[in-house]
Design a protein around this ligand. Structure first.
Ligand SMILES: Nc1nc2c(ncn2[C@@H]2O[C@H](COP(=O)(O)OP(=O)(O)OP(=O)(O)O)[C@@H](O)[C@H]2O)c(=O)[nH]1
Length: 523
């Protein structure tokens, strides 16, 4: 009896809400077409601009074969008068590409045909692999719309959007493909490839399935609980599932934003007092004269930021104005910006110049200005620079450690045998060791292990937002007393909806624009 109630309720639930599949909502419609009645046949270069060995023109839509019939002929013979028969499916065929009106041979290349059932877009798709001539590509882009009025140039991301609409990929996979194209470093490539291959989708789908199971149980209790004597056990079963989900989502959210940081770049700020060697350090990291270096304290006034691939990690490194109290208005603005950069940095390199640090009359007492001191935290690596001109004694180093500890400071390296990085940026001393330490820290915090289970599944701010929303509803469910089961069921339904927004299993029109805008045309 109990089981029957649950099953019936689950069936009811699945008819009144979207199933746990990846299909887009019924309300989802393709972006503007040239005619309301006629579905467009879209086309775009699938390869980059400029001269190249090969460039690919992709055409997708019901009229794609028009191109085959009217613009290609056998590579061996002259143009046929009767229409060419359809191309073989998914097999490369060498063809001459001809002008549809004059029959002038424009190029010779490989043509690939994907019928709707095997095309990513779920529409007949043709690919022309041509010589990479910009002039040829421009001509073809002009000729295609003359074949018939269903042809139009694709919008950014439209090919991928069709694949999403056809249920061939979910939103996380779409984002993964976009990120793979955009990846600049090895860690970004790895993360994007895992996302594009469906790793994140599986995690989100399984959570959503669990939430739907719990909802079905609660629906069963609401619909049939009293009549059919469904017991407390069912409520507890639903609760157990929700607790499991709550813990899993909390774990995913508590990932130090690893996925988002790898994707968007690790923010590294170089901070410290004036004249410490911060810009020199930036130049060493960049391996070029990116920032001005002079002996005048306060040379760097604004943030100088650049992106680097540091041993496979995407780094955005910011050199900042030297920190000190100043009456100079421009310098003060620079210092304010430096503090802001430091506040959002994932890693700080705090550069102190040994001679200035121990310049007090009591030479073992370090002097650190309050602004610099305020920035030191567990993600700060402290560099003692200019050891070529004065090497700190062990008494001085111990004094520095004590001074920082007495201020309650934690920093990277505290308590180890090498709590500070002793360097001379000018003479290149200690820099290899510094690079090794930095790499170790980046690896520890941001490397993707081969264990796929450890891959962060939150790679975008929107994933985090929807997961937090889900968590709020799950917690609300758990806080509602059993008597108010209708309200509890409502919370679970909201949780299912919020999870569905991540993969696109519910109406997600508002997020689609944001995602597909990030694509290039032809993708
Ligand atoms: N002896 C010595 N001088 C250095 C070293 N690193 C930098 N300098 C010198 O210190 C001075 C200041 O260097 P910068 O790199 O401009 O220092 P900064 O911290 O960016 O200075 P601000 O712009 O004032 O914030 C320059 O004359 C550098 O050549 C070093 O390792 N040893």
């Amino acid at each position: 009896m109990l089981l029957r109630g649950v099953v019936r309720s689950a069936e009811l639930f699945s008819t009144c809400s979207r199933p746990a599949t990846r299909f887009p909502p019924a309300s989802f419609t393709r972006p503007s077409s040239s005619s309301a009645a006629l579905l467009p046949t879209i086309f775009a270069p699938a390869t980059g601009n400029g001269k190249s060995a090969i460039s690919i023109l992709r055409i997708s839509g019901d009229d794609a074969l028009e191109v085959w019939r009217r613009m290609t002929v056998s590579a061996r013979g002259a143009r046929r008068t009767k229409p060419a028969k359809d191309p073989p499916e998914r097999r490369a065929v060498l063809r001459k590409i001809v002008h549809p009106e004059t029959s002038e041979v424009l190029d010779e290349g490989v043509v690939l045909y994907f019928p709707a059932h095997s095309a990513l877009t779920a529409q007949p798709t043709l690919e022309l692999h041509l010589h990479g001539s910009p002039a040829l590509m421009q001509l073809l882009l002009r000729l295609l719309p003359t074949l018939n009025n269903s042809f139009r140039i694709a919008e950014p991301g439209e090919f991928t959007r069709l694949a999403f609409e056809a249920g061939k990929m979910d939103l996380t996979e779409v984002e993964g493909i976009r990120d793979l194209v955009e990846a600049d470093t090895e860690s970004q490539r790895k993360l994007a490839a895992r996302q594009a291959s469906g790793l994140m989708r599986e995690a989100y789908d399984s959570m959503r399935a669990k939430a739907i199971e719990a909802t079905a149980l609660i629906e069963a209790l609401i619909d049939f609980g009293e009549d059919e004597g469904i017991s407390e056990g069912v409520y507890q079963e639903a609760k157990d599932k929700v607790v499991w989900l709550r813990d899993r989502i909390t774990k995913y959210l508590d990932d130090g934003r690893r996925g988002e940081i790898i994707r968007s770049g690790i923010h590294l700020a170089i901070v410290g007092p004036p004249n410490a060697g911060k810009s020199s350090l930036l130049n060493w990291l960049a391996q070029r004269e990116a920032a001005i270096v002079t002996a005048i304290p306060g040379t760097t006034r604004d943030v100088v930021e650049l992106s680097l691939d540091f041993h496979g990690f995407p780094i955005s490194v910011a050199d900042t104005a030297g920190l000190r109290s100043t009456k100079d208005q421009v310098e003060a603005i620079g210092i304010e910006r430096a503090m802001e950069k430091a506040a959002v940095a994932d890693i700080k390199l705090c550069v102190l110049s040994v001679d200035l640090l121990f310049s007090s009359s009591a030479s073992n007492t370090p002097i650190i200005d309050p602004l610099t001191l305020s920035l030191i935290d567990p993600h700060t690596l402290i560099l003692l620079n200019k050891v070529d001109s004065s090497v700190p004694s062990s008494a001085q180093l111990e004094a520095l450690e004590r001074a920082l500890e007495s201020e309650g400071k934690e920093w990277f390296g505290k308590g180890t045998s090498e709590p500070f990085a002793l360097v001379s940026v000018k003479e290149g001393k200690g820099l290899k060791e510094l690079a090794r330490v930095m790499r170790g820290e980046l690896k520890r915090r941001f490397d993707l292990s081969d264990d796929l289970e450890e891959t962060p599944i939150v790679t975008q701010e929107r994933h985090r937002r929807h997961l937090e929303e889900t968590l709020t509803h799950l917690k609300a469910f758990l806080a509602i007393p059993a008597e108010d089961i209708v309200d509890a069921g409502e919370e679970l339904r909201y949780a299912v909806l919020a999870l569905g927004k991540i993969t696109g299993a519910v109406d997600v029109e508002e997020v689609l624009g944001e995602i597909f805008r990030g694509f290039c045309i032809g993708k």
